[in-house]
Design a protein around this ligand. Structure first.
Ligand SMILES: CC(C)(COP(=O)(O)OP(=O)(O)OC[C@H]1O[C@@H](n2cnc3c(N)ncnc32)[C@H](O)[C@@H]1OP(=O)(O)O)[C@@H](O)C(=O)NCCC(=O)NCCS
Length: 199
């Protein structure tokens, strides 16, 4: 069980930390599950080696860009819930891609929404994002619902090589953040803001 000291960002129920090379079992529990993989990879089922490559890619992204799809955990139990974070999308314009993957055993408990709200605040306040991009598989109703609820606006369909499908794509401008997120950011002290401590 990870200690709370590992978390660089927390919400009411969740704690975020960075992926580590030793997290192979966690990675397999998430991306090795075809119920998750089918929405993010055309292969539908990832082999062990492909899960390891995905984990290595997240670690590399953090090293290269200071962002990744950070793993998050239930603070109460330490149990792994999923990952949610950022990738470079249009670095010159400070536009990042938002993504979320939740372990199937934890679906429909509001975790993706809670995690995404924290990451959005982190993106705008800590990484000074100008805007966020997000897309989803055309048949992914959960993702569409979630992005809409988060305040993302549909912009266009975009080909996504990993799934071989055209993904409905969305943008969230700083001004378009859900009111509760903007209010929470405004009420935080500068010190807490710097630490990324959302509660
Ligand atoms: C998409 C995903 C992250 C949602 O995670 P989750 O923790 O179950 O989502 P939440 O419980 O926070 O629900 C968010 C919203 O989506 C809705 N939702 C969740 N699952 C749904 C489903 N299967 N069908 C329709 N709506 C769904 C919820 O009702 C909620 O909407 P509401 O606030 O209006 O009630 C999760 O299903 C997942 O990891 N899927 C596989 C990977 C993936 O598709 N990632 C997104 C890639 S773009």
């Amino acid at each position: 069980m990870p200690s709370t000291h590992d978390y660089f960002m927390t919400t009411q129920r969740l704690g975020f930390r960075y992926w580590r090379a030793m997290d192979v079992a966690l990675a397999y529990g998430l991306w090795g599950d075809p119920r998750v993989a089918r929405w993010i990879d055309a292969r539908g089922q990832l082999a062990d080696e492909q899960v390891r490559e995905r984990l290595a890619g997240e670690i590399q992204c953090q090293q290269d860009h200071g962002i990744q799809y950070w793993p998050f955990f239930r603070r109460e139990t330490g149990g792994h819930v999923g990952c949610c974070g950022l990738r470079p999308y249009d670095p010159a314009q400070r536009v990042y891609e938002l993504g979320f993957h939740v372990c199937a055993h934890s679906w429909r408990q509001g975790y993706a929404r809670e995690a995404a709200r924290a990451v959005i605040t982190h993106a705008f306040d800590t990484h000074r994002a100008a805007a966020l991009f997000a897309g989803h598989h055309p048949r992914n109703k959960a993702s569409r619902r979630l992005l809409t609820r988060l305040g993302f606006q549909y912009t266009h369909d975009e080909y996504y090589a990993a799934t071989g499908a055209h993904h409905p794509s969305y943008r969230l401008e700083a001004a378009g953040r859900a009111p509760q997120d903007a209010a929470a950011a405004a009420s935080r002290t500068p010190d807490k803001k710097k630490q990324g401590d959302l509660h």
